[in-house]
Every structure is written in C-alpha cells, then in structure tokens.
Design a protein around this ligand. Structure first.
Ligand SMILES: Cc1cc2nc3c(=O)[nH]c(=O)nc-3n(C[C@H](O)[C@H](O)[C@H](O)COP(=O)(O)OP(=O)(O)OC[C@H]3O[C@@H](n4cnc5c(N)ncnc54)[C@H](O)[C@@H]3O)c2cc1C
Length: 315
C-alpha cells in the first residue's frame, strides 16, 4: 500500500506528524510509516510506533549523527522507496528545511516548505503557507506523483492521537555525508526551548532599554514562565535568536502567552496562534495584539509590570 512517510529529528515534531499523517492517510487511503535516524534513534522509534505509525524505519548509522542534510536526505529517499511513500512529511525545523528539498530532488518530487496547514481535499493535499512576509496565506498543491511537505512544528497535535503498536524495521542504507564535523561548541549564553514551554512572557520594543528587560525576567519568574521576544529585540541583540517567536522563530503552543510591549504584527503572532490563553500589556489600545488577546491591559508596561509582579508574589 502507498504510504505517508513522516520524519523529524525532533521526536515531539515526529509524533505530531504521525498524528497528522494518520488523519491525512485516512482521507487518502494511505498507511503511515515513520523514520528515526541517528545514534540512539531506537528509543525514538519505539515512541513513534506507540504513537500510531504502522511501521517505523530506524537506522542508527553513524553517518546520521547530527543529522547532516545530505545523509538524511539520502537515507530518507531510500526508505521512501522501500515504504512505497507517495507523500513525505518532514518537520520544518532548521534541519528539516535543509533536508526536504534535497529529498524531493532525489525522489523527483515537488516540495512545499514552511507548511502551516495541510488538508486532504478531493483526493489531493492542499498545503497552506505564509507568503509575502506573512501578509497572506498561499494554498498550494503539488502535481508530482511523490510529494514532499516540510511541515512546521505544532501544525498537528500529538495529543489524543490513537496509540498503536507499529512494527519496527531496520533497513540497510547506503549513506555517507560530505559534511565533516571538526568541532562542536555549545552556543554562548542561556538557551531556551520555547516550543515546549507551558508559559511564555513575550517581550517587544515597548521596552526602552536592554537593562529594562529585567522587568520581563521578573514577570516571567513570578509566573514560572520562559521569556520569548519579537524579532526586533533579537535584531538589537538584546536577546538571542532562540527567543524569537513567530515566522522567523519558534511556533509555540503554551497554556499562557503574556505579551508585554508587543504590537502583534502577523509575523510575530503566527508563533503564538496555538496558545490556549493570550494576555497582552500595551499602552496603545489600538495595538493589533488586543484583537487576538483573551485579556488585555492598556497601560504603560513600566507601571503595569511591577504591579503585576507584586500581585503575583502575594498569591
Ligand atoms: C519576513 C519577515 C519575517 C519576520 N519574522 C518575525 C518573527 O518571526 N517574529 C517577530 O516577532 N517579528 C518578525 N518580523 C518583524 C515584525 O514584522 C514586526 O516588526 C515585529 O514583530 C514588531 O516587534 P515589536 O512588537 O516588538 O515592535 P513594535 O511593532 O514597534 O511594537 C512595540 C509595541 O510596544 C508598545 N509600547 C511602546 N511603549 C510601551 C510601553 N511603555 N508600555 C506598553 N507598551 C508599549 C507600542 O504601543 C507598540 O505596540 C518579521 C518581519 C518580516 C518582514
């Protein structure tokens, strides 16, 4: 049977893709297989089998260490043929974005990247992706027999996916990478994983100076939240790129997103569209963020944030 094949080097994203792949596969009459690659991939394979993939192809080949795009694309192409895949969903992470077009080239497939919606319509798949810097959404179909979609994390939810007990297969792959890793260095500074954060305080240009960001930190500490930011603050190098939320950064789905001094431009808010509750502090009552917020405070953050911190400390 033709299959939907899913892959991401991030297990959580791969689980989401298994759930989404099952939904799409059911509409198109396709089974769902998953792939786990790299040293230690066996553990991920078990998770993906339990998440409902019919078959999980796993390879712990050392060539996949660090997931170099050329080796991963070569491995995925061989597995796609084994699995008889007509649709391949790759997590649109930084590495996934590099891998998907290389894979498509090897399979003679069309490719859409940065997909943030994928639905089955009339026996085909229609992908949605932001275009013109987020000002509009393009809906795209692929005319090739094999189709590759690089799907953004959080496009599908792994929650409530039916559990399964898929088979695990270990194919022999012929892969190598022309990338030679000569050194690995940890990035400097503190790092965050916004994707997984249950609470996020998102800060923006409403802050006048870098040292004022301490206010955001205090609010985050009082809420046991992680600080994320708009691209503007990362462009100023006030915070690292891993804090950016939006089109150019993390797509988050926290229980709470509290924005402070953020205007709410679409390029930012696409990164919080999955938040369960959105609250905003902004001194401009016309700020677009209020249109999507469940709760809002119109006021100067330099007065509102200290008061909020004070109140939160007392509860
Ligand atoms: C291709 C492309 C990709 C992009 N990707 C991203 C992305 O991934 N993420 C992202 O965030 N942006 C992205 N951007 C930039 C985006 O368009 C906006 O410019 C950016 O999000 C605005 O950041 P901001 O809200 O911090 O600043 P502003 O838009 O300047 O808003 C600042 C807000 O703070 C309020 N404010 C000012 N002073 C105070 C105060 N004392 N108290 C309370 N409120 C105050 C103002 O009323 C205003 O609403 C992208 C742009 C492009 C073109």
């Amino acid at each position: 049977m033709a299959a939907v094949l899913v892959y991401s080097e991030k297990v959580e994203t791969a689980r989401e893709l298994v759930a989404g792949g099952k939904e799409l596969g059911a509409a198109l009459g396709l089974g769902v297989s998953a792939v786990a690659l790299g040293p230690g991939a066996g553990a991920a394979a078990s998770e993906l089998a339990a998440a409902g993939a019919d078959t999980v192809y796993v390879s712990e080949d050392a060539a996949f260490e660090g997931w170099p795009a050329d080796a991963v694309a070569a491995g995925l192409a061989q597995i796609a043929e084994l699995a008889g895949a007509s649709v391949v969903l790759v997590g649109s992470t930084r590495r996934g974005k590099e891998t998907a077009p290389r894979l498509a080239q090897k399979l003679g497939a069309g490719c859409v990247s940065d997909v943030n919606s994928l639905v089955a319509e009339g026996g085909d798949l229609v992908a949605g992706r932001y275009a013109f810097g987020g000002a509009t959404v393009a809906r795209e179909k692929l005319g090739t027999a094999v189709k590759v979609f690089a799907v953004m994390p959080k496009t599908f939810s792994a929650e409530g996916a039916s559990a399964g007990a898929g088979a695990v297969e270990t194919p022999t792959l012929d892969v190598s990478s022309s990338v030679k890793v000569v050194d690995r260095r940890a990035k400097e500074g503190e790092h965050v994983n916004l994707d997984a954060a249950p609470r996020i305080v998102g800060i923006g240009r409403g802050f006048n100076a870098r040292e004022d960001l301490a206010l955001g930190d205090q609010l985050a500490a009082a809420l046991e939240a992680v600080v994320g930011c708009t691209k503007s603050l990362a462009d100023f190098e006030w915070l690292g790129e891993d804090r950016i939320i939006g089109l150019s950064g993390a797509k988050t789905a926290p229980d709470l997103y509290l924005s402070v001094g953020v205007s709410g431009q679409i390029q930012h808010t696409v990164g919080v569209a999955g938040a369960k509750l959105i609250a905003a502090v902004n001194k401009d009552k016309e700020a677009p963020i209020f249109a999507m917020a469940d709760y809002g405070i119109v006021g100067d953050l330099y007065e509102v944030v200290p008061a909020l911190v004070e109140r939160l400390k007392s509860v």
